[in-house]
Design a protein around this ligand. Structure first.
Ligand code: SAH
Length: 353
């Protein structure tokens, strides 16, 4: 018996259909039953695997890109090294190891993590094993210092709204109850402020997704970088413009029905990078496919160097990890990288202006 499902059904019966964004937030972050709030979902035994969990090379190259960007901006001290949604803390551990050799970097750094889940905060603390980490719920209270931030598969976890076009109006998708089960429904036609531009690139019946939390986060991060210096690397699956239904559930490494088992499956949606670009007052780079980004940063050489110390199954896994991260048919194309950086500065290495 799924306790969260029963609660949602009772709440919807009492209060009416629930907007999709509220459903997503509840499923992911409910303090007792939420997916991220209560578990460590990563890795082979979990529900999904992310790039930093596939190979240490991912975090190492991200770290070196940020550190080179810091050097290019005159090595400001002190500065903030931050990660949004660090999961197990694996990528930050790899970033810290790879940047140890960059003169002055660790001495000038303050480490800040943006993480909503208490369970994952504990795991991050354990992975990093240091006493100087500062956790935040959001981006508003980061100190006024140059900010070098990375977010991998963070924006895809933020709650989206979905609307279906009907003439000059939109019907919003919500979660209701039908025959005792959760089911999708549609509101009456609405005019939704901010969606006017989407009337130009959509037709009747098209589904458009938007995420005000993602836009708000992009605005705060971008303002910070523009005012204080630094850069933000946003890595996620999605594209320049999102079109269609990308709301999906993953359970045990397989696609699942997002309404079937609330709190037991990861819920995500593709990232609409154009919406992030629109929200930031800073400069932003063109989208670079993850594979291209990593190849430019030297993942082939790093793969070779690490391969020299491996044999047998470990070597095969290592070579497979390189392929998985970069190949067009695997994560190389589906995942994109966008950077925010100050107007007039250069983008971090690996990205085009
Ligand atoms: N970056 C990690 C984890 C990705 S999963 C990796 O690549 O392996 C998404 C992460 O974002 C989790 O750590 C989750 O708890 C966190 N998260 C999701 N929504 C959040 C929110 N609204 N505020 C802060 N953290 C959030």
């Amino acid at each position: 018996m799924n306790g969260l499902r029963q609660r949602l059904i009772a709440q919807i019966r009492a209060q009416g259909p629930m907007p999709l964004a509220q459903f997503m937030t509840t499923c992911l972050m409910h303090p007792e039953h939420g997916y991220y709030a209560t578990r460590d979902p990563f890795g082979a035994a979990g529900d999904f695997t992310t790039a930093p969990e596939i190979s240490q090379m991912f975090g190492e190259l991200v770290g070196l890109s940020l550190a080179q960007c810091w050097l290019d901006q005159g090595a400001p001290a002190p500065f903030i090294l931050a990660e949004a949604g660090p999961g197990r803390g694996t990528m930050m551990a790899d970033i810290l190891r790879a940047t140890k050799a960059v003169p002055g970097f660790h001495g000038a750094m303050q480490l800040h993590l943006i993480e909503a889940s208490p369970t994952l905060r504990r795991i991050q603390q354990k992975t990093l094993g240091r006493g100087d980490v500062i956790w935040h719920e959001g981006f508003d209270d980061l100190p006024d210092l140059p900010l070098y931030l990375v977010a991998n598969e963070f924006f895809d976890a933020l709650p989206i709204r979905q609307v279906v076009r009907e003439g000059g109006f939109w019907r919003e998708r919500s979660v209701g109850v039908k025959d005792g089960n959760l089911s999708f429904g549609l509101s009456g036609p609405l005019a939704i402020a901010g969606l006017e531009p989407r009337l130009e690139d959509t037709q009747d019946g098209d589904i458009v997704e938007f995420c005000s939390q993602a836009q708000a986060a992009a605005a705060v991060i971008g303002q910070h970088v523009e005012a204080m210096g630094g850069a933000a690397l946003i890595i996620d699956y999605g594209d320049w413009r999102s079109l269609g239904d990308t709301f999906q559930a993953l359970e045990n490494h397989a696609a699942a029905d997002p309404l079937a088992n609330p709190g037991q499956a990861d819920l995500t949606a593709h990232v609409d990078f154009a919406a992030l670009a629109d929200a930031t007052p800073s400069a932003y780079s063109r989208l670079t496919p993850q594979g291209v980004f990593l190849e430019r940063l030297g993942i082939a050489q790093r793969t070779q160097a690490l391969a020299a110390g491996l044999s047998g199954a470990a070597l095969e896994n290592h070579l497979a990890a390189h392929r998985r991260l970069t190949h067009g048919a695997e994560m190389g194309n589906l995942f994109k990288v966008m950077a925010f950086y100050p107007k007039g500065a250069a983008p971090p290495p690996g990205l085009n202006p």
